[in-house]
Design a protein around this ligand. Structure first.
Ligand code: SF4
Ligand code: SF4
Length: 133
């Protein structure tokens, strides 16, 4: 079955002066691969990364973002682990819950000014985001 976003041209380009998705309260879930990549980038051990930055959940942990505590990797220029950021961040805003319907995508766009600008994102790229996220 073809989904609505396979029949529509979705455009997206992250705005360099926007940090909305990094400031929004919630959780950034990390898997083992995410922890390896981010801790390697920061040149610290997995254990130090987990104890310094993660709230324990299951075996790994999550980055907890609250209204009074933004993501610890967000600084005035943006994400300081940008090239090693978690898959959840790499794939935003192409998350299953945002792509469920046109109205949910439009709702996501209210907080994400990158939606609707930039290059057209192919449906195969979107499928990769959905698989990787
Ligand atoms: S909300 Fe959208 S435009 Fe803003 S930083 Fe996140 S992905 Fe980029
Ligand atoms: S890890 Fe980087 S991209 Fe992800 S929420 Fe934190 S600052 Fe934003």
């Amino acid at each position: 079955m073809t989904t609505w976003w396979e029949e529509t041209s979705l455009r997206f380009k992250c705005k360099s002066d926007c940090f909305n998705c990094c400031e929004k309260p919630g959780y950034v879930f990390m898997d083992s691969e995410d922890v390896d990549r981010a801790s390697g980038f920061l040149k610290i051990t997995r254990e130090t990364f987990q104890t310094s930055y993660l709230t324990p959940v299951n075996d790994i942990g999550v980055i907890e973002v609250t209204s009074s505590r933004p993501c610890p990797f967000l600084d005035s220029r943006g994400c300081r682990i940008h090239s090693a950021k978690p898959k959840q961040c790499q794939t935003y805003p192409f998350w299953p819950e945002n792509l469920q319907s046109v109205s949910l995508w439009e709702k996501t766009a209210e907080d994400c000014p990158g939606i609707g600008s930039g290059p057209q994102i192919s449906s195969s790229q979107i499928k990769t985001f959905l698989t990787d996220g």
